[in-house]
Design a binder for this molecule. Structure first.
Ligand code: UTP
Length: 300
């Protein structure tokens, strides 16, 4: 963590029902689905750690065991790998349990992302914190977060990650109404709409799954009624901040415009694309996989 970094804690809500991946997610959180040989959530935790955040709170629901076990020490497995002299796998198995200090909070019922973030209130306390959606992977994530922290230092308040999406895609995201700032990659967010119809979207800038939030968000979430889909929406609470209707201490909302790579593993097609791309780029299995893939594609 850099000397001046004020964000210390990462919150990762992983309590969603993952209905798009049923039946695979019946007893396993979708964040535990593997991308090649590592669960998605481990890439996300590695990103947070690389950004200097070593205090991580998982907001879990059912199937919490799988996550806890993954990031915990597994003596039996380690002993077996030591006996087999399998140093490589031993290192990988240990890495997951030594990555960060992990805490857990429980979201009894999946009442929405906003409600999941509210479950982090006690752990976070009165300081700005980062929220990571555990089903999105950003290969350049730690750099993106470093820039979000810079924006926070300059403007205070809260910082969202925004990415241009096509008209056809806006209805899948929260979309920002924005005002330019003196910095070309930073805008002030003046309003937000959750999953708007294409012709009602205030811009083509969609809110992505990395947030740096003022702790004032908790007070707002406590008073946020269920919105779209009957869920307590994080977007609705951030909208209150963006419209300047939050507590005096809350500050404004800014957005960092990001045009780099993002993998969305929460969507079926997105998940498959992620697995194929990560597999193709691997030094070990990549060459064999790519040669099979080329052949396969030529038959389509
Ligand atoms: P999503 O809406 O993408 O996840 O929530 P979901 O509801 O699990 O997936 P589908 O739509 O049913 O397939 C974004 C993130 O917020 C978490 C999810 O785990 C996911 O990482 N979440 C969502 C919670 O922690 N609690 C909730 O009540 C809802």
């Amino acid at each position: 963590m850099s000397k001046n970094q004020v964000v210390r804690k990462a919150v990762m809500p992983v309590a969603g029902l993952g209905t798009r991946f049923l039946p695979a997610t019946k007893a396993t959180p979708k964040e535990m689905l593997p991308v090649v040989d590592k669960p998605v959530i481990q890439y996300v935790v590695e990103e947070a750690v690389a950004a200097g955040l070593e205090d991580i709170l998982f907001v879990t629901g059912r199937a919490k065991r799988a996550l806890e076990d993954h990031f915990d020490f597994n003596g039996e497995l380690e002993r077996l790998l030591i006996e087999k002299k399998d140093e490589k796998r031993l290192k990988e198995v240990r890495a997951a349990s030594e990555l960060a200090t992990i805490h857990y909070a429980r979201q009894g019922t999946a009442k929405g992302l906003g409600h999941a973030v509210l479950c982090a209130k006690q752990h976070v306390g009165d300081e700005p914190f980062a929220v990571f959606l555990g089903d999105e992977i950003y290969p350049e994530g730690s750099k993106v977060l470093a820039r979000m922290f810079e924006v926070l230092s300059e403007f205070g308040g809260s910082v969202l990650l925004l990415k241009k999406v096509s008209k056809a895609e806006v209805s899948r995201y929260g979309v920002a109404q924005v005002k330019a700032t003196a910095q070309s990659d930073v805008v002030q967010v003046t309003d937000l709409v959750e999953k708007p119809d294409a012709n009602e979207a205030p811009s083509d800038l969609a809110v992505m799954g990395r947030y740096v939030l003022s702790p004032a968000i908790f007070e707002i979430l406590e008073n946020t009624k269920p919105g779209r889909g009957g869920e307590i929406q994080l977007t609705d609470a951030i909208q209150v901040l963006a419209q300047g209707k939050g507590p005096d201490s809350a500050g404004l909302v800014h957005g960092l415009i990001y045009d780099g790579v993002r993998f969305d593993t929460g969507d079926l097609a997105g998940y498959l694309e992620t697995v194929v791309e990560f597999a193709a780029n691997r030094a070990d299995v990549g060459p064999e996989f790519k040669s099979w893939l080329k052949n396969y594609v030529s038959t389509l």
